[in-house]
Ligand binder design. Structure first.
Ligand SMILES: [Zn+2]
Length: 75
């Protein structure tokens, strides 16, 4: 079994590892299925592009000290 790696964030200024404001742009493609009554259900969403442009510490209100942390997921 290949081990999964989780991406987390950590603020090196205040030690915060749980709360961030993330600015993210996603491009998605999905199947829009309307009923005859006009009710929409969205199915089969595929993420074509996913760009995280800024991760800001919730407490420091700045992205300056936020670093990416990769940790092995528990089996
Ligand atoms: Zn912080």
């Amino acid at each position: 079994m290949p081990s999964m790696t989780n991406l987390r964030y950590r603020c090196e200024n205040c030690g915060n590892v749980t709360r961030f404001d993330v600015t993210r742009t996603q491009t998605t493609k999905s199947f829009y299925h309307y009923s005859l009554g006009g009710e929409l259900s969205i199915e089969g969403q595929v993420i074509l592009a996913d760009d995280v442009s800024e991760v800001s510490c919730r407490w420091c209100s700045t992205p300056k000290s936020v670093v990416e942390v990769y940790e092995e997921a528990e089996e």
